[in-house]
Design a protein around this ligand. Structure first.
Ligand SMILES: NC(=O)c1ccc[n+]([C@@H]2O[C@H](COP(=O)([O-])OP(=O)(O)OC[C@H]3O[C@@H](n4cnc5c(N)ncnc54)[C@H](OP(=O)(O)O)[C@@H]3O)[C@@H](O)[C@H]2O)c1
Length: 343
């Protein structure tokens, strides 16, 4: 099959190449084989390709197939599996920039009926990550005000919708007019542009009495800015570092003390390894919003056909053009021919 294989980390994303590689084989009794129809192109992929992600120190070392989110069609599964051949599924797991993937069935879910495979892929695990961060960790409540940093990104558009879905007021922080429209389209009440100096003061002004917001969802790695936006005894949940290019911020601890703030990290994958039940609860909580029709997948407008488009899609992320999820279409010609599924 074809795949983007990382034999060694690259310093230039344009150097990523499609290669022939053996078809993945089932490794355990719960393994499901999937023909991939779509893969999301994410910030994590950009870091993985360059060896800049914290997981590259241990878990994710060359050689590996790039890509972490996918949707597809089951081609083979164990006899009693909940996912018989032909089932449309989506999931997260290393190796999605490929034509096929084999995964443990605990890592996949059926594509909800109203969604196409592309839409399910755009939501991927971002919805569950954002649900876990806001609801399990930050304990966001109806009527509170939450600021979402990185609101136009794949995780961010989910965070905005989840917060609205539970009755919170949302201040979305983005870079530019096009992204402002995107976040307003998914329900943001207020939008602040981070490229305007003093943006933290504007965010703080949207909190009750102009005293700061109750919760900051930080997907970009800006804890000191988050603390400026926060009210006394507010909560910050750190989800990602999209603005840091792999270099971490040194946070002055007195800033946390001065506001009696709670600063809490949330690492979805690792949390699931430590506490699978909590991650199951997180998925269940998020899927209730999906079933209620509250969640709208957000697919970036540019088209990326075939694995050859991976460097171009990653470049759209790197240059801040993309919003929502950039989606790669794989194997689509064959699927159009069989017309088996809603893609
Ligand atoms: N905790 C977890 O378990 C977990 C799971 C998955 C991902 N993550 C992490 O979460 C982060 C977000 O992931 P994603 O997939 O949503 O990424 P994404 O789709 O690339 O979105 C990144 C967002 O960050 C914003 N951004 C980038 N540079 C910025 C800057 N200098 N100032 C303000 N905003 C900036 C972008 O807005 P503009 O385009 O407007 O600049 C965009 O909205 C990543 O660091 C990823 O590694 C964490």
């Amino acid at each position: 099959m074809k795949a983007i294989v990382i034999d060694e980390f690259v310093s230039n994303l344009a150097h990523l190449k499609v290669k022939e590689t053996p078809l993945p084989q089932p490794q355990g009794s719960r393994n499901v084989s999937i023909q991939i129809t779509h893969a999301a192109v994410t910030h994590v992929d950009m870091l993985y390709a360059q060896g800049l992600h914290q997981n590259n120190r241990r878990h994710v070392q060359p050689p590996f197939i790039l890509g972490t989110e996918y949707a597809g069609i089951v081609t083979a599964s164990p006899p009693a599996s909940a996912f018989p051949p032909g089932t449309r599924v989506f999931g997260g797991g290393l190796g999605s920039f490929a034509e096929h993937i084999c995964v443990d069935e605990v890592g996949i879910r059926k594509v909800p009926d109203p969604w196409s495979n592309a839409e399910a892929c755009a939501v991927g695990s971002s919805g569950a990550v954002s649900w876990g961060a806001l609801m399990e960790v930050a304990r966001l409540k109806r009527g509170e005000t939450v600021c979402v940093l990185g609101a136009s990104g794949g995780l961010g558009v989910m965070a905005v919708q989840i917060a609205k879905g539970v009755g919170a007021r949302v201040v979305a922080v983005v870079g530019g007019r096009e992204k402002e429209e995107v976040v307003r389209g998914v329900g943001a009440d207020e939008v602040v542009d981070y490229r305007v100096e003093g943006w933290e003061d504007r965010v703080r002004g949207f909190g009750e009495g102009g005293e700061g917001v109750d919760v900051v969802y930080d997907g970009i790695g800006a804890v000191e800015s988050s603390l400026k936006c926060l009210r006394y005894r507010g909560r910050v949940v750190i989800v990602g570092f999209a603005a840091r290019g792999g270099k971490m911020e040194n946070v002055r601890a007195n800033r946390i003390l001065l506001k009696s703030a709670m600063v809490h990290g949330y690492r979805f994958g690792e949390d699931g390894r430590h506490d699978p039940q909590r991650t199951q609860d997180v998925w269940n909580g998020f899927m209730k919003l999906v079933e209620a029709g509250t969640i709208k997948p957000v697919i970036y407008k540019e088209e990326y056909r075939g694995l050859e488009a991976v460097p171009r899609a990653l470049d759209s992320l790197k240059t801040h053009k993309a919003w929502g999820r950039a989606i790669l279409r794989i194997n689509e010609e064959e699927k159009e021919a069989t017309q088996k599924a809603k893609l």
